[in-house]
Design a protein around this ligand. Sequence first.
Ligand SMILES: Nc1ncnc2c1ncn2[C@@H]1O[C@H](COP(=O)(O)OP(=O)(O)O)[C@@H](O)[C@H]1O
Ligand SMILES: [Mg+2]
Length: 253
Amino acid sequence: MEKTHPTDKPIVVLKDVWKTYSMGEVKVHALKNVSLEIRHGDFVAIVGPSGSGKSTMMNLVGCLDTPTKGTVFLESRDITKMSESDLASLRGKTIGFIFQQYNLIQNMSAFENVLLPLELQEFDDYSAEKRAAELLKLVGLGDRMGSRPTQLSGGQQQRVSIARSLAANPEVVLADEPTGALDSVTGREVLETLHRLWKTEGKTIILVTHDMNLARYAQRFIELKDGEVVRVEKNRDVQKVDYRLPEKQQGIG
Ligand SMILES: Nc1ncnc2c1ncn2[C@@H]1O[C@H](COP(=O)(O)OP(=O)(O)O)[C@@H](O)[C@H]1O
Ligand SMILES: [Mg+2]
């Protein structure tokens, strides 16, 4: 069922955030006084050239890192004041990560790769297996559950990692250059999968990309340049997406 996007409720808020890396004597200001708000159900693309601070921002938004100055709120909680273990638990429940390198376990099938994080949670075997199969169907890989990463294309591997990122049913999916290792056709396939999740599952999607063709799938752009936000804008020409799964991908395993 289609969900309404986005809502007014903020899920991630950055307030006057600085991130400074010290390299010996030299200081690199990767983010300079950044403030922004991402709401539940948003689909945001963080764009900008290489070195502009996109990954640094992503790591803060995903609570993998803390700011040098300023505050980050996740679900209205100030993460700079939380203990490491409370933060890890909030992060685990709230955020799913997708990386450029798919980080799949090579000697496990697609199904087992998605099952693994479910087994670490409080799912019994039956529910975990049922959910892993559902997630793979959701990303159009219902007929490839038994395949190992080496038997799948790059785009299919990235879709397995998308399924895996959804294991804990996170509210937010963060994807940092998820198509960086893919050709443009496969890149679009991955973006359409993300778009479908946004549309049908009501997830908040935060995508980092330097490719404006892929950013067009988002509802909103946040553009960085030299560590500063230079543009926050609604996307007036959202890429149209066909929500039906391709025929050959619908097989039920
Ligand atoms: N761990 C680090 N140590 C030192 N400098 C870093 C580190 N991570 C990033 N930087 C610097 O911060 C700036 C922003 O980097 P990054 O956020 O990775 O940009 P992007 O993802 O847009 O390419 C760059 O100048 C980069 O060299
Ligand atoms: Mg980066």
